[in-house]
Write a protein that binds this ligand. Sequence first.
Ligand SMILES: Cc1cc2nc3c(=O)[nH]c(=O)nc-3n(C[C@H](O)[C@H](O)[C@H](O)COP(=O)(O)O)c2cc1C
Length: 363
Amino acid sequence: MSIYPLARNILFKLEPEQAHNLAFSAARIAQSTRIPLAVLRPIFRSHSQCLESNVFGLHFKTPIGLAAGFDKNAEIVPLMEALGFGFVEVGSVTNLPSKGNPQPRMFRLPDDEALINRMGLNNHGPDTLLENLRRHESSVPLGINIAKSHHPDIMEDKATEDMLSCYAQVVGAADYTVLNVSCPNTKDGKTFEEPESLGALLKAVVRKKNELDTRTPLLVKFSSDLSLGALEQAIAVCEEQGVDGYVMVNTSTSRANLQTSVGRLEEIGAGGLSGKPLQTKSLEKVKKAYSILKGSKPIIGLGGVDSPEFAYLLIKSGASLVQMYSGLVYKGPGLVKEINSGLIKLLQRDGLSSVNEAVGVET
Ligand SMILES: Cc1cc2nc3c(=O)[nH]c(=O)nc-3n(C[C@H](O)[C@H](O)[C@H](O)COP(=O)(O)O)c2cc1C
């Protein structure tokens, strides 16, 4: 029986960021010696050969990974692996460390099983991230997610240089890298998802990748708010530059179709929406991207993953791998095992021998 409902009652009495910090402190203690990890591993593990896959030349024991933003400074990778995640994406890390926006900056929408955050890319920067990674060896593939430094003076060309510098510092420690291109990079709020600035950024990063002679796969993560036409254009730009894969979706600025009252939403204010309300957007984006790429490049699908059924739907819509963040807040760490075990059953039900066989069958 899961104790998370009880823990959740306690955690939900705290401010969301306080709860996150408390969970993080517990996580740091749990992984400070080998014993708790050795105890947790068999409890949370749900292993089957049918979950294993090779994507971007990397081996994944399960397709379920931790999304960026949860472990920004790569502090708890071993614990996440012990909880059953098949891969972990750390960051976003930025070239300049940042305290982020003033608190409160993270909010729960329990009626929607959603979160709104305007963290402002709080992170300790590349040096600390690398130091943390050196301290713990990861036995699962590790993604490093890179964003533009959260600083109003770093815009236009300087924004590309800033991302490039961060990329060059961290790429050697990553099994794959992700460019988080949905943050504003111009004074009027445009993002790197605009075809021109996306092209310029990718050209610079791919040149650096070649200079460094690294084969580490380079992925691009898109927002959930791109129209399907804009997504198609952005993918065309990425394909021209030889990107290795895609992560979709990031949070949304939309507040459409929520159960939470308008008054409460106004009180919360600006921020990116995540969790269950993103399901429609993540599905349509993954489907669209798969219809363009036709399996030539892997897609990591996320946005509202909270059950084996939805993870499976994302896979059948074209995602080779799946990530989650908000689902963990609402359902706890047992969700990872629930999804892994559920996927095994769903694959068996459909007579499929591996996750690979399920990718894109519904497009
Ligand atoms: C508090 C919070 C912080 C986040 N920080 C980042 C980040 O730094 N970089 C990033 O690429 N995505 C970040 N995300 C977005 C998630 O990685 C993910 O794309 C989004 O939450 C949708 O997935 P979910 O519905 O499973 O939460 C953050 C999400 C949350 C809730």
